[in-house]
Design a protein around this ligand. Structure first.
Ligand code: GLN
Length: 456
């Protein structure tokens, strides 16, 4: 009940949700009853979970932020959602996002723009901006997002919450609307590293409905927290941390740089050794990402043809039906990505763009592997700046894409990364949060969570 009144107070200002569950109280009462009867309940009992709108839910609409799926209701729950429900989590609603995950601000949502709770005139980041704003404003306790090129980490940084992008394959993508299938992963938001770890544990693990989900054992990420001695003076003694040099060059705000160097000093106080490392192919990540992500999306989004899913514009002839449904259903950013991707994949340009981007991807994987052979974790900023004003970059897609430089490489390499608040810069009524990104070796989320827990 307190969350329902909190929602009615905050939601008119924030617009984090596209849909709020109408069975919230009933769902909560069912858990209450279970507890009263002495039945076993899961680790999410009574926990309100927000779900990004590109993750399918059987009881609420799933639009992916797109007009083409307006009012669409999936006939099933995504595996991550099913697991949340099995562990007694309560779905509070579906959160706003850039259409199909394409964007960095939620301004590319077909329905509404979400505001940043720290300053309502600023963007919450994107594409999982609704999920991040909802946790930041305590509209829900944790939330699910998706990260193809930074969409969990960048909004976590802009909204001052914890965000985790798991290793590719750690969490089933079954029921996640595909943007770029080789990069997409469902991730978690929370107000603490411990909460985020609990949610990750619930949703992780092999799923027979997603052949790319990993068979690796899922450690109980949060059980390690109780054994960590937080009063010990150097709890991270011996941990080698590499600060990625290329992420602190020109174009990064001074306030962000000083927050990151403050975080590096804090890690040293905790016993880590921090050294600079170089990832030589770092700057190639951005162009490679935008070619690969657009290419994959142009193929994935061909399913939205007005026949199989969602809205249809009636026409006398089949091709006109496809064309009109897409022209009316897809927003301008999505149309541009489909055109870019189709171009990059076309016969005459395939070698020059798609194939070359795949080669760059291999180089990036290799340079991360080398850096992580020498270091336990790597650190960097999440974005070159804190949250900017709504509208500031809306008409300058290149400037917006450039903001993804710190995050896309991690998706190209398939690695896990944890973002947590590490400082503030001036701006807004009370200052604006800045996040620290910690990158780990594949399937080593446990280490990131441990370091993050001690750090915070
Ligand atoms: N901003 C990036 C893009 O628009 C990343 C989005 C994401 O991770 N879904 O592609």
């Amino acid at each position: 009940e307190s969350y329902i009144s909190r929602l009615s107070l905050t939601e008119p200002h924030l617009h984090s949700f596209l849909h709020i569950s109408d069975t919230l109280l009933r769902d909560a009462q069912l858990i209450d009853r279970k507890i009263e009867k002495g039945e076993d309940v899961g680790p999410l009992a009574g926990v309100l979970v927000g779900v990004k709108d590109n993750i399918c839910t059987a009881d609420m609409p799933s639009t992916g932020g797109s007009r083409i799926l307006e009012n669409y209701k999936a006939p099933f729950d995504a595996t991550a959602v099913r697991r949340v429900k099995e562990k007694d989590g309560i779905l509070i609603g579906k959160t706003n996002m850039d259409e199909f995950g394409m964007g960095s601000t939620t301004e590319a949502s077909s329905f509404q723009v979400t505001a940043n709770p720290w300053d309502l005139s600023r963007v919450p980041g994107g594409s999982s901006g609704g999920s991040a704003a909802a946790v930041s404003a305590r509209q829900c306790m944790v939330s699910l997002g998706s990260d193809t090129g930074g969409s969990v980490r960048q909004p976590a940084s802009f909204c001052g919450v914890v965000g985790l992008k798991p290793t590719y394959g750690r969490v089933s993508r079954f029921g996640l609307m595909a943007y770029a299938s080789s990069l997409d992963v469902i991730g978690c938001f929370g107000t603490s590293v411990a909460d985020t770890g609990i949610l990750l544990h619930v949703i992780s693990g092999h799923d027979r409905f997603d052949a790319t989900s990993s068979n690796r054992e899922v450690p109980d990420f949060s059980s390690q927290f109780s054994s960590i001695n937080l009063v010990e003076s150097k709890p991270l003694k011996g941990l080698k941390v590499g600060l990625i040099r290329e992420t602190l060059e020109d174009g990064v705000d001074n306030g962000v740089k000083s927050a990151i160097s403050g975080a590096a000093s804090h890690l040293e106080e905790l016993g880590c050794t921090v050294t600079e490392v170089s990832l030589p192919s770092f700057s190639l990540g951005l162009p490679a990402y935008y070619i690969l992500a657009s290419s994959e999306s142009s193929s994935n989004l061909s399913r939205y043809d007005g026949v199989r899913y969602g809205n249809q514009v009636f026409a006398e002839e089949l091709n006109a039906l496809y064309n009109d449904s897409r022209a009316k259903g897809f927003g301008p950013e999505v149309q541009m990505r489909i055109l870019m991707g189709t171009y990059a994949l076309s016969a005459g340009y395939y070698d020059a763009y798609y194939k070359r981007a795949q080669q760059v991807r291999t180089l990036i994987r290799k340079s991360f592997k080398d850096a992580l052979d020498d270091n336990d974790i790597l650190i960097s900023p999440v974005a070159p700046s804190a949250a900017y004003k709504i509208g500031e970059k809306k008409n300058d897609p290149l400037a917006m894409y450039a903001g993804d430089i710190m995050t896309v490489n991690v998706n190209l390499a398939g690695l896990p990364a944890l973002v947590l608040p590490c400082g503030f810069v001036e701006g807004g009524p009370v200052g604006l949060p800045v996040g620290l990104q910690m990158i780990g070796a594949a399937f080593d989320e446990a280490k990131l969570l441990k370091v993050g827990h001690i750090f915070e």
